[in-house]
Design a protein. Structure first.
Length: 84
């Protein structure tokens, strides 16, 4: 769950509401696709492929969104994997 205004196409940014579920299609990464580690600076810009409101976006997040801002508006989630 995250703040619905993290989506590049909706709302005034930012609000601090816990109001939007999305389906992640992979990990949050740096813009060049590099994995995020504990050593990644919070100032790095990130991307996330996700499904929401009937569409898949290769970068669901707003342009120029940093890891620090993203972490401040991410409220939780579920990790699900196939069992077969």
């Amino acid at each position: 769950m995250l703040d619905g205004t993290m989506d590049r196409n909706t709302g005034k940014y930012p609000s601090a509401s816990k109001d939007h579920w999305i389906v992640w299609n992979g990990k949050v990464t740096l813009l060049d696709g590099t994995n995020i580690t504990e050593a990644t600076p919070l100032t790095e810009e990130i991307k996330l492929e996700a499904f929401s409101w009937g569409r898949v976006e290769s970068n669901y997040l707003r342009p120029s969104l940093t890891l620090e801002i993203f972490l401040g508006y991410l409220f939780g989630g579920f990790v699900v994997t196939k069992i077969c």
